[in-house]
Design a protein around this ligand. Sequence first.
Ligand SMILES: Nc1ncnc2c1ncn2[C@@H]1O[C@H](COP(=O)(O)OP(=O)(O)O)[C@@H](O)[C@H]1O
Ligand SMILES: [Mg+2]
Length: 355
Amino acid sequence: MTVEGPRSTTPDVVDVVALGESMVTFLPSVPGRLADVPSFDRAIGGAESNVACVLAAAGHTARWVSRVGADGFGDHLVEAIGAYGVDVSAVRRDPDRPTGVYFRTAGDRATDAHEVAYYRAGSAASAMSVRNTDLDAIRSARVLHLSGITPALSADCLDLMRELTAHRPGRPLVSFDVNHRPGLWREEDDGARVLLDLARGADIVFVGEDEAWGLGGPEAVRAALPEPELLVVKQGAAGATAFQRTVGADGAEATHVASVPALTVDVVAAVGAGDAFAAGFLSATLRGLPVRERLRHGHLTAAATLTVPGDLAAPPARDHADRLAALDDDAWGTLRLGPGWTQAEERAEEEVRTP
Ligand SMILES: Nc1ncnc2c1ncn2[C@@H]1O[C@H](COP(=O)(O)OP(=O)(O)O)[C@@H](O)[C@H]1O
Ligand SMILES: [Mg+2]
């Protein structure tokens, strides 16, 4: 006779857990005013799940933790994100609240101006809380990736973010992309202030210069946010600067600063570049690469997304990205990447095999 012991519910440790809301996105079949668009194509949107999908595509183990409705849109998100190889077993279904959706008009190429109509208030994901999310599944990771979108969703989501950015023994490396979306915050909630406080609790922070509390350049941002071991200030098409706190053999603390110019890219669509940058940087972090290389991998992965129409692209193959990341500064500075660049190398190799 065998006696069954209690089933272990300890989830597998993965490289990365990304937590946040994802939505079904509807992209217009024709350009023009939202009022005039007759039909839409379906896609998926979600800053954190984008990061999980790119990391899974880059060969890491990734888990997405979220809440979706018990509806067809929820099925689609779970299935589509799962199809990237992301573990979706900790995504909860909410029987009472719907999956969030949004509609977008085609962006104007020159200005990237587009209209967005969100239907996310009261969504299943906005009901995420400390009580109803699987904290073990969230913490069983080497890196936990979060963003400043989640705390804007509800008071419960903000509490969850405070818990996840609190210094608990044995917590994963906490990565936080500020992603300040003023439209999601009520003015009286002072989103910028809340995001700065949450960022103080993270180990790695990504922030765009244009959303960095009106502080100006990277040095000023670091002065206002000295706590994270690593702070990355993104300067769009110009480049990115990282500040890393290091401890010398004598125990003295120092700050290592690395600045890497962005690549020259023939941009097809700008959406999703920030998520791709974070994924590239985190992938290189998981591989233990030095900060300068992590920045280069961030730029390269962003360039993969910038050169496709959607907001999610397969990252460059690891060998290819490693070769480009190892270029000297002059060669890096003259590199120019356009649509199809991630496959260029594969095609060249195929031509060698089948002349
Ligand atoms: N025009 C561009 N040319 C080259 N790289 C770019 C360009 N725009 C963005 N990037 C890359 O994408 C990264 C993220 O850009 P950012 O504007 O911060 O994105 P987001 O606003 O989505 O957070 C940059 O750090 C850079 O690597
Ligand atoms: Mg961003």
